[in-house]
Write a protein that binds this ligand. Structure first.
Ligand code: KG4
Ligand code: ZN
Length: 338
């Protein structure tokens, strides 16, 4: 009992996983599409949707065989129904609807961003009775949000980006520097050997909303630095720019964590989203010596994946608001906590 098959197709990862009781991962298969989007330097929605159509079935078969269970053991289908790209969402939802209909089991709709936050709760050490309420941070390609997590399913948004998401800023900076897509890991690699003090980049503070972020100006500062090099940008400057940009981006995260984590109501700090793959980010947070424990997602749950979808769905099994029907549509701009 308690086995849920989850489907993720909000952007360019086609993923299917089977998770038991919200935490035990029986299989977690992700098929990447980087090859078709790389020449464009970003995700092309129409191409992503078509590739999801091709990849869903083999991904599904792999996930079922790795879990080594019969479809009869699966209690519900879960699907990320927003936020995300319309075409890719439609493909995943239709696949989910077909499975739910033919197997005669419920269909549960999951908010992709909420699932990113849940991914850190899937670590064995996390205990919701001990570690909630928590301060949550979503650091992904589409979102940068600070969230109060009262319990699973109950959240209050306390800050977000005014413009670019942090992952988006990494991707745009990488593109400016002629690095490969996706840009986040490339910037991290270059930054390793760069001088983070070389460029005085800074992400601005928002005066009337101290918990909000802004990364667009930081990206523009990188653009100016590149222009000033007058076309003679060498490997050393690329490394220094990456290191200085990364430092400034993480300064802005660290600053907010420092002040918010001191508030007594938070018992832990939870991170989610693709940028949590970054080792320098983890190192900086761990060296802060906070009074509360921090939880990062396990490595295979940082980037878009279906285990976080199937895991979170376990907590929504009896929530009528999460149940989808054959008429349900994707929610491209799904607000947090709906
Ligand atoms: O959570 P995710 O897989 O997708 C969204 O929901 O957006 O996050 C993808 C984002 C991309 O912007 C990617 O560049 C960034 O995560 N990313 C990183 C690293 N690995 C992935 N950013 C910084 N450092 C990394 N190592
Ligand atoms: Zn994501």
């Amino acid at each position: 009992m308690g086995k849920i098959l989850g489907i993720e197709s909000t952007c360019d990862e086609t993923a299917i996983a089977i998770v038991e009781d919200g935490k035990r991962i029986l299989s977690n298969v992700t098929s990447l599409q980087i090859d078709i989007h790389a020449p464009f330097g970003g995700v092309v929605p129409e191409l992503a949707a078509r590739r999801h159509v091709e990849l869903l079935r083999p991904t599904f078969e792999k996930a079922l065989s790795q879990a080594n269970i019969s479809p009869k053991d699966i209690e519900a289908i879960a699907v990320a129904h927003g936020p995300g790209l319309l075409g890719p969402l439609l493909v995943g939802m239709n696949f989910a609807k077909a499975l739910s209909l033919s197997w005669g089991i419920p269909l549960i709709g999951i908010n992709h961003i909420e699932a990113h936050l849940y991914s850190a709760m899937m670590t064995p050490e996390f205990d919701e009775h001990v570690h909630l309420p928590a301060l949550g941070l979503v650091l992904s390609g589409g979102h940068t949000s600070l969230v109060e997590i009262e319990k699973v399913g109950s959240y209050k948004l306390i800050g977000q980006t005014r413009d670019d998401a942090i992952g988006e800023a990494f991707d745009k900076v990488a593109k400016l520097l002629g690095l490969a897509y996706p840009g986040g890991p490339e910037v991290e690699k270059k930054a390793l050997k760069g001088d983070a003090a070389k460029y005085p980049f800074k992400a601005p503070r928002i005066k009337d909303a101290p918990n909000d972020f802004s990364f667009s100006g930081l990206k523009t500062s990188v653009l100016h630095a590149v222009k000033e090099l007058n076309g003679s940008i060498d490997e050393g400057s690329i490394r220094d720019i990456c290191a200085s940009f990364q430092r400034a981006a993480f300064d802005s995260i660290e600053e907010k964590i420092q002040s918010l984590s001191q508030q007594k109501r938070f018992k832990s700090l939870l991170f989610g989203g693709g940028v949590t793959m970054n080792q320098e980010l983890r190192r900086r947070i761990q060296s802060l010596d906070l009074k509360i424990p921090e939880f990062f997602p396990p490595k295979d749950l940082c980037l878009d994946n279906a285990a976080m979808i199937a895991g979170l769905a376990f907590h929504k099994l009896s929530d009528p608001l999460s149940t989808l029907t054959l008429d349900s549509s994707p929610s491209v701009r799904m607000p947090f906590n709906s």
